[in-house]
Design a protein around this ligand. Structure first.
Ligand SMILES: [Zn+2]
Length: 235
């Protein structure tokens, strides 16, 4: 994996002054502590991830990722906010962090108000409206009117097979038939629609499927607890 980049970004948001974001690849290793037999390598991987974004020494603030639609603001670096799936900040030196393996990281940025956010969206959070809630929070809490969003790597609409009971919870535009007689759910499209309906001016998509790319871990491809990370920070 020597030639594999440590971090990928949504190209359209990679050159925003003061806004830092990235998704760690398997080149830095798993950044998920929950299922790790040994925390040592995971903490090393997290350090390498921060280093790749020039965030050495920054203490990230971790999103609890409970598959809901709760949102909170972060004003101080470090710690964890356990009961949320999205965090926002307008403070330089704060780095928002979450781990993923098929669920979608979505980054948010308002260059006018200088507010940044990170969302964790699997099917439950998407159904609960977490992306819409994060966009609403940016408007209501920070007065944002020029929000731009980037959808990171996640399991794509050709790969994400679900049963009828999950498919029934989503608008028909995001559902298609699968070859196996079940249903395919397009989570990226569902989140993009929520963001656009919520007044987000531009939604970009990195267009990478975790199940189809060797760069990222996928719970559906190999459910071994390996996780990639997303970071959003202000400098
Ligand atoms: Zn795919």
């Amino acid at each position: 994996m020597r030639t594999t980049p440590a971090v990928l970004m949504v190209p359209e948001l990679a050159d925003e002054p003061g806004f830092v974001h990235g998704f760690s690849t398997l080149a830095v290793g798993s950044v998920g502590l929950k299922h790790a037999p040994d925390p040592g390598p995971v903490l090393g991987a997290r350090k390498a991830f921060l280093h790749a974004l020039d965030l050495d020494g920054v203490e990230p603030t971790t999103i609890g990722s409970v598959h809901g639609a709760e949102v909170a603001r972060v004003d101080e670096p470090g710690g964890a906010v356990d009961d949320v799936d999205a965090l926002l900040t307008d403070r330089a030196g704060v780095a928002l962090f979450a781990t993923y393996a098929d669920c979608y990281p979505i980054v948010l940025w308002d260059p006018e108000k200088r507010v940044a956010g990170l969302v964790h969206a699997g099917w439950r959070g998407t159904q609960a409206g977490v992306s819409a809630a994060a966009a609403r929070f940016m408007r209501d809490e920070y007065g944002c009117r020029h929000i731009r969003a980037g959808i990171g790597p996640g399991i794509c609409g050709r790969c994400y097979e679900v049963g009828g009971e999950v498919a029934a919870k989503f608008d028909a535009r995001f559902i298609g038939p699968s070859a196996g007689g079940r249903w395919l759910l397009d989570l990226a499209a569902a989140n993009a629609a929520q963001l656009e309906d919520g007044g987000v001016k531009a939604v970009y998509d990195i267009g990478m499927c975790t199940k189809e790319s060797y760069l990222f871990p996928s719970h559906r491809r190999m459910p071994d607890g390996t996780r990639f990370g997303a970071i959003v920070a202000l400098q």
